[in-house]
Each structure stands twice: as structure tokens, then as C-alpha cells.
Design a protein around this ligand. Structure first.
Ligand code: SAH
Length: 341
């Protein structure tokens, strides 16, 4: 069976040709799928014969809401979706003044092993498909009744570890016949896979790249982020500079503030030093505590911010949304896994 929604318009056009149909049918099918229909019967401008042919050869993905939590504090909604094979992934909907943002997952689990992150605890189960990534946007929009204007790839998984799928997803979600969400409204967050960042730069997409830095020195970074081993902070910053030169897009550096681990003055100074000559800004993130981890949130966020600012670094402190609903990376999926144990 073919995963129709993961196809781009060209692939769908070839399929229609194979089925002996005119090319414009592909556009009609593409439009239906990107509106979130879940059956071929709903595609009312196609002939019954074509609908039947499609149903025999293709399937339409449609995740089920396994769990849904709405924050009483700020209205943030967290979805746990059940996929075709029973695996679950999370999506978070955040409503800001400037629009509605979804935070989507790119893999079931993650193999990057970051010490502070709930998504990686059971390792990576599998990559998501382009359709499964798109569905998180489509079905969040349908379920909530809120039009999505921004997307962040910051949920479960390492997007650049599922590179081709993520690129296909970006093409699909950006497509004028589909949701048509502009690249400048999309952010991709990575733990810093340098070869993949270079590969992404070549595509010159206008999306925002966020690099999860979390420490400016190799000793600390390799300890909390195994992906740093064998690469190192210097190579990562060199790669970020290349990215800026090629794409003209400033990078945003994510920095979770962890008590006694990465929140000292010397680390602020080293971070400022690295950022000299690398345009970009730092986003300080209060650590969300994960049940399985001994790491605690830092109490020095303001001091750290001030020290960076004094050295000319642009810093923002992330507002914490959804704190009452396990809205941080992989926490809800993790909770369900534990309940099932
Ligand atoms: N793998 C990608 C995207 C997923 S993580 C990446 O590493 O960027 C998305 C963001 O959530 C990252 O900045 C990550 O470091 C952060 N994050 C993970 N666990 C967290 C926690 N317990 N508290 C706060 N932020 C967390």
C-alpha cells in the first residue's frame, strides 16, 4: 500500500498517469489530503471508479488522539497522537498574540541521548514519515479549530537525523496547494549535527535554525549531550558561521539553564567569546524537570543573562508555557510508557 500523503505533487502526478488518469487529478487529491480528509469517499470531485482504485492501492494516515491536555494557566494544548502502528508522538499547540504555533515531533523517541531530555530515555523507535509530520499540523488545526501560522520542529526526535523526511515535510507544508506555511514561519531545532547542518545550508531555505547548545565548553557539553563527542564546540560554531554565510540567516542558540552544570560566570564569558563574530542570539530556557533525571533548574538565569548582555550578546529568556501539562519534549509520551509498563 502506498502512503499517499507523503508524496509530493510530482509523485502523485506520476501515480495518476499510471492509473490512466489526467494530471489535474493529482492536484485535486493533493488538496483533499492537505485539508485533512481521512477517506477517499470524501474526495467528491473524483469519479467513484478512481476513488475505488485509490482505496485499493493507497492509504491515508490519520492519527488518533490518545490523550489531550489543556493548560489551565495559559491554554497551551498538548496532544499525544497514536499512529498507525500504535506508536505515539507528541505535538504542542501554543497560542501567542502573533499567531498559533505548533511544536511537532520528527521521530518516535530519539537516539541523541541528552541527559536532560525525556524523549531519549527509551532510545529511538523509528523515524516518522512526511505524512506523520504533516498530520501533526493538520490534525492539531482540525481538532483545535485554530489556524496554525507557525511551526517549530522542537518536539520528540532529532530532525536532522531524519533529514530527507524533514525536507519533504517542509516542501509539503510550504506548498501553495497545501497549508502554504512560509519558511520564515518555520523553525528547526537541532542538537548540532554539523554535517547535516552543512547539507541543510546548501538548500538555502529561509527557515530559522535553532542550535541546542546548552554548554560552551566541551567537557560540559559532551557530558550532557553525547552528540558533542568527537565534534566539539569549536567545530560546531565554525559550522554555524558557514551556515550564516551561505543562507544569510541568523542562528538562534538554545541554552537550558541547569543548576551547577552550565550556569557559571566563566561559562557565560566563554559563550560570549564564541558568539563574537557569529551573528545570532541566545535563548535561555528554564529547565523543565524530568522525573528520571537528577538535574535541577538554575537559579542564576538573570545573572547569566546580564553577564552575556554586558558582553554584547542578544539574549531572550523563554517564557514557560504549559508547565502544568508535561509540555516539555517527550514528557507525556514517557508518562504513558511508564503507565503501560
Ligand atoms: N533534537 C532537537 C529538537 C528536539 S529538543 C534538538 O536537540 O534541538 C527541543 C528543545 O527542547 C531543545 O532545545 C532541547 O534541548 C529542549 N529540551 C529538552 N529537554 C528539556 C527540558 N527538560 N527542559 C527544557 N528544555 C528541554
Amino acid at each position: 500500500m502506498l502512503d499517499l500523503k507523503s508524496m509530493d505533487l510530482e509523485e502523485m502526478t506520476s501515480l495518476m498517469k499510471e492509473l490512466g488518469e489526467p494530471a489535474f487529478r493529482a492536484k485535486q487529491v493533493f488538496q483533499w489530503l492537505h485539508r485533512g480528509v481521512t477517506s477517499f469517499e470524501e474526495m467528491t470531485n473524483l469519479s467513484k471508479a478512481l476513488r475505488e482504485k485509490l482505496a485499493e492501492t493507497c492509504f491515508i494516515t490519520a492519527p488518533q488522539v490518545e490523550r489531550k491536555q489543556t493548560s489551565r494557566v495559559d491554554g497551551t494544548v498538548k496532544y499525544l497522537w497514536r499512529l498507525r502502528d500504535g506508536n505515539c508522538v507528541e505535538t504542542v499547540l501554543m497560542c501567542y498574540h502573533h499567531g498559533n504555533t505548533v511544536c511537532i515531533s520528527s521521530q518516535v523517541g530519539c537516539r541523541m541521548g541528552c541527559a536532560f531530555c525525556a524523549s531519549t530515555i527509551g532510545g529511538k523507535v523509528r523515524d516518522l514519515t512526511p505524512a506523520e509530520m504533516l498530520d501533526q499540523v493538520l490534525f492539531t488545526q482540525l481538532d483545535s479549530g485554530k489556524a496554525i501560522s507557525n511551526i517549530v520542529l522542537m518536539g520528540i526526535g532529532e530532525p536532522l537525523d531524519n533529514f530527507d523526511t524533514v525536507i519533504r515535510f517542509l516542501e509539503l507544508v510550504n506548498h501553495p496547494e497545501g497549508l502554504n506555511i512560509g519558511m520564515r514561519h518555520i523553525s528547526l531545532s537541532t542538537c548540532g549535527l554539523v554535517e547535516r547542518i552543512d547539507k541543510l545550508a546548501e538548500l538555502r531555505l529561509q527557515l530559522t535554525l535553532s542550535v541546542s547548545l546548552h554548554a560552551p565548553d566541551d567537557e560540559t557539553r559532551s557530558r550532557i549531550m553525547p552528540a558533542n563527542k568527537g565534534v566539539g564546540v569549536d567545530k560546531l560554531f565554525a559550522c554555524c558561521r558557514r551556515y550564516f554565510e551561505v543562507t544569510g540567516r541568523r542562528i538562534s542558540y538554545e541554552y537550558i539553564m541547569i543548576d551547577g552544570v552550565n550556569d557559571t560566570d566563566w561559562q557565560a564569558d566563554l559563550l560570549a567569546k564564541h558568539l563574537k563574530g557569529t551573528p545570532g542570539h541566545v535563548n535561555l530556557i528554564p529547565l523543565n524537570e524530568v522525573a528520571e533525571s537528577p538535574l535541577k533548574p538554575s537559579t542564576r538565569v538573570r545573572e547569566f543573562q546580564k553577564r552575556l548582555e554586558e558582553q554584547g550578546v542578544t539574549v531572550t529568556v523563554r517564557r514557560k508555557l504549559g508547565g502544568d501539562i508535561d509540555a516539555s519534549c517527550g514528557q507525556l509520551r514517557r508518562k504513558r510508557m511508564k503507565e503501560a509498563e
